[in-house]
Design a protein around this ligand. Sequence first.
Ligand SMILES: C[S@@+](CC[C@H](N)C(=O)[O-])C[C@H]1O[C@@H](n2cnc3c(N)ncnc32)[C@H](O)[C@@H]1O
Ligand SMILES: [Zn+2]
Length: 414
Amino acid sequence: MAEPEFATDFPSETVKEGKVRVVVPKLEAFKKQPSDYAPSKAPVFYNPVMELNRDIAVLASQAYQRMVNREISICEPLTSSGIRGVRFAVEIHGVKKVVMSDINERAFKLAKHNVHINGLEERISVKHKDANCLLSCHGAPRKRFDIVDVDPFGSPVPYLDSAIRAMRNKGLLAATATDLAPLCGVHAKACVRKYGGKPLRTEYCHELAVRLLAGCIVTLAAKHDIGIRVVFSHSTDHYIRVYAEIAYGAKKADESIKNLGYVLHCFNCFHREAMQSPFNQRVEKCPECGSKLDYAGPLWLGKIFDKQFCEVMAQENMHVAFRNSVKIAKLIALAREEAEAPATYYVIDKISNKLSLPVPSVAAMLRILHDEGFQAFPTHFNSRGIRTDASALVLQNLLQKIVATVKQKVFPSR
Ligand SMILES: C[S@@+](CC[C@H](N)C(=O)[O-])C[C@H]1O[C@@H](n2cnc3c(N)ncnc32)[C@H](O)[C@@H]1O
Ligand SMILES: [Zn+2]
């Protein structure tokens, strides 16, 4: 019997993203006022702005597949239109199976249709299940996945425990968080509740957000005697994303826990320091200026990028032609460099403003830091940010030195 023709009961259109064509809601039809956020007004969620998120997910999953060098399985438990899972099956070499699911019936039907029009029924199965229910059904040894990609509305935390249980040893967990108001310290109590760590409204709050999410993954994984290693992360637009490789074993979990700690911050002079426990020493006052220190954490103090993983991702990016390829190449190149750099970054403008000094270019600041023998790297988190092992006090002195040198050139003494 011929299959009944599929038609959405809402305005829809076909879009091309990566190498696939999929049917998605026609967003303009759901925008009643200019201020409306159309993706969440549509009956099935679709956000074209997240294309870069999906592109990077394709690259990271392909890098992972290349590194394990075998066929892999992927689960996307919150799939909406299915665009991400369909891209995984089509664009990633070595994908044996994709399981995707959505609790919304219209999303489930649309995802199924998108699998059908791309001829992927043999490799993708689409479920109409709650994400935690689906993941829990895949918690047994031979049912687990190599990659689980958790891409929800807001926080991924409600799905992380079951996602971790549904992962094979050495699997890759990817998680998006769009709830930046809690993670960046606007709603600090919500962050403590959801992520188990205190955020801080600093200029590097997006990096702290990545570290809070990674810290939460460590704690959840440790309950199952699983350790983690963050291989890639990024902060883009209105969300952050963490890619963590998991490893079975109580010792691995213990090692991961050793990477949990706190970032202490002085809002007066910008001094900051990372430490495993703020109770080791009585750290209350800034060692530079004596002001009271605030803190973020517990959070992940370990690496948030793996250099080799970044390199494989960069190579993969050279073989594809995404609309965002150039932007992604820049992002990965920055991440690769900052992989070895110290935690947290300074935003030079903030220090210059505090000292009422003109703001130098990032390039000039990087140069002077190198000349003085310090490490100095730009960061993808902020185009005006600098990661360095120089202290806040040293930075203040160098900023003053730059201004004095410029003045000297403009008004040389007669
Ligand atoms: C942000 S959208 C997913 C976007 C998609 N991953 C992409 O790349 O386009 C989140 C989806 O999760 C679905 N959802 C919400 N709660 C769920 C649950 N408990 N189980 C399964 N799906 C759920 C929503 O219906 C929505 O389609
Ligand atoms: Zn201080």
